[in-house]
Design a protein around this ligand. Structure first.
Ligand code: CDV
Length: 307
């Protein structure tokens, strides 16, 4: 079963850029995608707003205006309408404030009929919860979000088994294997990855991009799944985030790649029948996994040196 899949990379969103302007940019990319025959489109993490965890506020409720209390809402409804008109499925990330007052870094998967068929709340929140004066850049995701309560789930959408992860999740093999164990064929990942996080230990942008790509390619290969990883990138109010959006095949090869740091569409044809080979050979989980030796994965969080 073949599907043309797109990744809609979004360039920087400044603090004063409203939702409507961002949704207009998303719709321009969706229109391009439609012209290229895209049937399913992936947008980044926190697509609707700037990456505000860069900034500290003592009273975190001052940042509630970055969160959505319903989805779709007035700002995003035109995007849902356009996708339905095109018969295109899509996924995007946003900041969710629930009726109970809980804050999550969320993504949703929307069917071509315009129904939200799956919701995922980010599991692995990087960074810290309090202002850290010795850092050159703050990364306050732990201040503004709760760890997600959904876990990693899959849904059958447009004939393929799809699962979502968000940004930092892509670096954790547990994410991929949990989806792989459910037969995932397409993993979608939106991300905002700062090029610099702490100048006192500068890694360099090339190394950071390499680690991003390594994680996605390895996760795709080791679970024999396609993966689409899409950036929000470029400059946001003086902070740079790297681009590097990619589509990866079940052999772990990059089959589409963004070339710039702005709004950009990447497209690839995914043949989901190709997922079967790895899933039935090297990564035939039923035949080869040895769960009796994996207990530490769920029983232990941090490293313990006992020798
Ligand atoms: N938004 C993110 O989760 N960013 C992290 C950075 C902080 C390392 C990432 O894993 O890309």
């Amino acid at each position: 079963m073949k599907m043309i899949v797109g990744g809609a990379q979004i360039g920087g969103i400044q603090k004063d850029e409203g939702r409507q302007a961002v949704v207009a940019r998303m719709m321009a990319l969706m229109e391009q995608a439609h012209e290229k025959g895209v049937e399913f489109l992936v947008y980044p993490e926190m697509t609707l707003t700037t990456f505000f965890p860069r900034f500290y506020v003592e009273d975190r409720s001052e940042f509630d205006h970055w969160f959505e209390t319903e989805m779709p809402n007035a700002a995003t409804q035109p995007l849902f309408d356009m996708a339905k008109r095109f018969g295109m499925g899509f996924t995007f990330g946003y900041c969710e404030l629930t009726p109970e007052g809980l804050h999550y870094n969320t993504s949703i998967l929307v069917s071509p009929e315009g129904e939200i068929v799956s919701k995922y709340r980010k599991t692995h929140l990087p960074g810290h919860a309090e202002y850290e004066a010795d850092r050159t850049h703050q990364h306050l995701e732990k201040r503004y979000f709760l760890p997600g309560d959904t876990g990693f789930n899959v849904v059958r959408n447009q004939g393929a088994i799809m699962g979502m992860a968000i940004c930092n999740d892509r670096r954790w093999p547990e994410t991929w294997r949990t989806l792989g164990l459910q037969g995932v064929e397409l993993v979608t990942i939106g991300y905002n990855t700062p090029s610099q996080n702490n100048l006192s230990k500068e890694e360099g942008i090339e190394r950071r991009v390499y680690h991003h790509e390594l994680s996605v390619c390895a996760g795709a290969y080791q679970n024999s799944t396609y993966a689409v990883a899409v950036a929000k990138c470029g400059m946001e109010d003086g902070n740079h985030m790297f681009a590097g959006s990619i589509i990866v095949d079940p052999d772990g090869f990059v089959i589409a790649r963004a070339t710039g740091e702005g709004d950009e569409l990447i497209v690839a044809e995914c043949d989901f029948d190709k997922c079967a080979f790895g899933k039935s050979t090297v990564f035939n989980f039923a035949a080869h996994r040895r769960v009796e030796h994996y207990g530490r994965i769920t029983e232990q969080t941090g490293m313990k040196i006992e020798v």
